[in-house]
Write a new protein. Sequence first.
Length: 267
Amino acid sequence: MSSYAITGASKGIGLEFARQLAANPANTVLAIVRNPESRDISSFVSAHPNVHAIKGDVTDPKSILEAASAAAAITGGTLDVLIHNSNAVDMATMALNPTQLPFDAEAIQSTFNLPFSTGIYGGIWTTNAFLPLIENGTQKKIVHISTGMTDVDFIKKTGVSYAVPYSVAKAGMNVVVAKYAAELAPKGIKVVGLSPGWVDTWEGEKPAEAVQANEFMLKQFQVAEPGLKGQIQPEESVGKCLQVIDRLDFESSGFLISHNGDRTSWF
């Protein structure tokens, strides 16, 4: 029997993690969400007796501490795997190149603060809040969902110059992961950054602008991966991610790993 806690589990990749893990009735799945009473989450929990929805906002230290306390009450104070999946993207500035970022202190801080709050600050608070449970667990694994967009070789090869705040925040997360791995290794705890690939998490019909953006990115990404056909679905991404998590050891702890299990193939 294994226990898993997933932040940002209300939709997209986070919800798919919860779905696939819940398929094994021996697993205890803790879905950390801002609103456990939402229709989608409540119906999902009702259909899976081994899933528990816990209120928690990773950008609020008090809230995530309370979530960890609630998790401990369910599991008896232990946790095998923590998956910090929470993410925030400012779509209004996602397409901006570095030279297009505003000459305005408040505006640029606001642009960067959104991904920093979930990825870096939220990642630190979530890890520290759940760490006592991980220390008592069997697998002792902490996973931060990151991205291959932080790979400087990939950026240089493809010319991907946009998504600056998102990529910088994830790069900072990768450094935090390495620092945690170094500190926690003596306690037998493995920490990793995990890129899920280029995943289609759009809900509903894509607007024309999103379709055009995807076509533009595809051409750039194909410079690095000529055989790339497009995005993968959450089911495929999470299935591969769980295989990586299952195999996670001290050799890969501290690094950014792709859903393919290596450090270079991001698609």
